[in-house]
Each structure stands twice: as structure tokens, then as C-alpha cells.
Design a protein around this ligand. Structure first.
Ligand SMILES: [Zn+2]
Length: 132
């Protein structure tokens, strides 16, 4: 465990104040600045930040973090839904003996449940093609 100085003594020992508890990522040395009043760190190391508090502020922050629009919550759900359709189609092909290809590796999409019987295939077709 790293030891950090709690107090910063300056002006020839005349002034002592709480010292910033942040450690440098590069040198692993403790920050030499005084911490802000009531905080553990200086303003440079996030002492001023409190993050959004209100629901409105949190929503604004959530909106502001969109960088490209490619990975919004909605787009990820849409992509996951498309992946689910593909995974189900692959399962159907295996159940119906239409292919002997290897199954797709990796994590499965949200709400994925492997189709193993003809009844499973029929249920999916009814729920997605006919009802959905
Ligand atoms: Zn600092």
C-alpha cells in the first residue's frame, strides 16, 4: 500500500493544509498541491467535479457523451436484436439440417435461447414472422 502525506506544510512551516491525495499515473508520486476545502483532492485532480446530481443534469450528461451516434443505447439494442435474428436463423438451419457448418463462436446476443427442436423453430417463426 502506498503511503500518502495527509498534510502539506509550506511557507517555512507556517502554513499547513490538507494535501491532494491523487497519485501521478506516470511517476506514482503524490500530487504536491493543497486539496480543496472539504475534499481529498485538488481542483486539477477532480476536486471541483461533483458530477451531475439532478435527473435533468444526468440526462444532459448522458446526451453529451454521444461522440458519433454509432453506439447509442438504442443503436446497441437494435444491433443486438439483429444479431438475435441471425443467431436464431443459424439455429433453425441446424435444426432443419440445412447446414453442417460450424456454429458462430463468441458471446450470444441479448435474450438468446438456443433452438434445439422443431417446436422451438415453430414458436420463433410464429412469434416473429406471424405475430411480430
Ligand atoms: Zn492534485
Amino acid at each position: 500500500m502506498l503511503y500518502t502525506e495527509k498534510l502539506l506544510i509550506t511557507a517555512g512551516g507556517k502554513i499547513s493544509c490538507p494535501r491532494c491525495q491523487a497519485l501521478s499515473k506516470r511517476t506514482k508520486l503524490q500530487c504536491g498541491r493543497p486539496s480543496l476545502k472539504g475534499k481529498q483532492v485538488c481542483d486539477f485532480h477532480g476536486g471541483k467535479s461533483t458530477g451531475p446530481r439532478t435527473a435533468e443534469g444526468k440526462e444532459r450528461s448522458r446526451q453529451a457523451h454521444i461522440k458519433s451516434g454509432l453506439y447509442t443505447k438504442e443503436s446497441r439494442l437494435r444491433d443486438s436484436s439483429a444479431s438475435l435474428t441471425l443467431a436464431q436463423l443459424e439455429d433453425m438451419m441446424h435444426v432443419l439440417n440445412m447446414t453442417t457448418a460450424q456454429r458462430t463462436r463468441g458471446p450470444k446476443p441479448l435474450n438468446y435461447k438456443r433452438l434445439t427442436t422443431l417446436d422451438d423453430v415453430r414458436d420463433v417463426i410464429i412469434s416473429t414472422v406471424i405475430l411480430g
